[in-house]
Design a protein around this ligand. Structure first.
Ligand SMILES: *Cc1c(COP(=O)(O)O)cnc(C)c1O
Length: 378
């Protein structure tokens, strides 16, 4: 057991009270009162056209791939430096990932490299907002418009973060959020699909409800519901939604707390950056971030291994992040061996994530920073 773990799930407010209410309501399946409260909250606070709760961000991405009509052999542009679900969702429909390198400042898809990766078979661009710091969506949307491609934002880490005044996840035709216990707002497992393109809303509701027109039935628009399309059971039960609503209504407090932690790391580690021992995260202008993650870039992979072990001896759990998808077992099978992604390979080898969670105290942050300094001074 670590004295300071990397992540810790937490209760922020009325989560347990709301679960009891959901049980008392005698509505425990999906699409009940708490689901509606969560969707309305997200739509109003983030300016989203339509939000559908899902049981995970992976599920939201799968729905997005169905809504993009990905067919076998269709290509989609995606960073290799991401979680497996970003690619898996499209591969499940027969899609072929085309991995594009990331920017060295933000670890986000490098918009300058997208156009050269487009072929006649490209259908979608799937940017990932790493660490809740937004991609250059103006550039990405312009490329997509010119080539008639759909944009699916993987905003799993970007809930309540903004780029150029717009909430991450609300800019592409579709956006995907995660409420997994490692994210900013949690429900254990959980997610949401944001449908920003009006023309995709009706089909999204059908795909969410196992391929039936059940939503239209409940609105009284059809007199019986039936199988009309492919789909699955993507919606969470009401107990999950109840827990999530307890978190969402505390969103300002949660984000403020995380930002205080992030800023404390950033200030305390500045001297180490000045000394050339590490590089801190870069937040481009136009980004309002949500302090999802605090990471540092060490000077080498060996240094990262040494520091990780040194921190563990002090009871601190620091963790690296993705094995790039193009060099993973499945990625290699899909042709990833042909990729040249120098920035991805380099970042994946040197990036280290420090503990960052709601209940982490500023004293603990100071302790972690003191240990990082001690570890790098050896
Ligand atoms: C966490 C995460 C996911 C998956 O989210 P789940 O809700 O666990 O399915 C997908 N993409 C990214 C970038 C993530 O960080």
């Amino acid at each position: 057991m670590y004295r300071i773990p990397f992540n810790k799930p937490y209760i922020a407010g009325r989560e347990l009270q709301y679960i009891a209410e959901a049980v008392a309501n005698e509505h425990l399946s999906g699409n009940g009162p708490f689901t509606r409260r969560c969707c309305t909250w997200l739509e109003q606070r983030l300016g989203a056209r339509k939000v559908l709760l899902t049981h995970s961000c992976s599920a939201a991405l799968e729905m997005a791939a169905i809504l993009c009509d990905i067919r076998p052999g269709d290509e989609f542009i995606v960073p290799s430096y991401t979680f497996v679900s970003t690619a898996n969702a499209f591969v499940l429909r027969g899609g072929v990932p085309v991995f594009v390198d990331i920017r060295p400042d933000t670890m986000n898809l490098d918009e300058r490299l997208i156009e050269q990766a487009i072929t006649p078979r490209t259908r979608a661009i799937v940017p990932v907002h790493y660490a809740g710091i937004g991609c250059d969506m103006t550039a990405i949307m312009e490329i997509a418009r010119r080539h008639r491609l759909l944009v699916v934002e993987d905003a799993a880490q970007g809930v309540c973060a903004f780029r150029d005044g717009r909430a991450l996840g609300t800019i592409g035709q579709l956006g995907c959020y995660s409420f997994h216990e490692t994210k900013n707002f949690i429900s254990g497992e959980g997610g949401a699909l944001v449908v920003n393109d009006e023309s995709l809303i009706e089909r999204a509701e059908i795909v969410l409800e196992k391929g039936t027109d059940r939503s239209r039935f409940f609105r009284g628009m059809v007199d019986k519901y039936t199988w009309v399309d492919i789909g699955s059971s993507y919606l969470p039960g009401e107990m999950i939604a109840a827990f999530l609503f307890g978190q969402l209504e505390m969103a300002e407090t949660i984000t403020a707390k995380r930002l205080a932690i992030w800023n404390a790391y950033h200030a305390a580690l500045a001297p180490l950056e000045d000394a050339g021992l590490l590089r801190r995260p870069i937040v481009p202008s136009g980004c309002v971030q949500n302090a999802h993650m605090y990471y540092i870039l060490l000077n080498s992979e060996a240094e990262r291994s040494r520091l990780t072990a040194f921190l563990a001896e002090s009871g601190i759990q620091a963790v690296f992040h993705y094995v790039p998808l193009h060099s993973s077992t499945k990625g290699l099978e899909l042709g990833g061996g042909r990729c040249r992604l120098p920035v991805t390979d380099d970042a994946a080898a040197r990036l280290l994530r420090l503990p960052c969670y709601f209940e982490l105290t500023l004293e603990e942050v100071a302790f972690v920073c003191e240990r990082v300094a001690a570890g790098l001074a050896r």
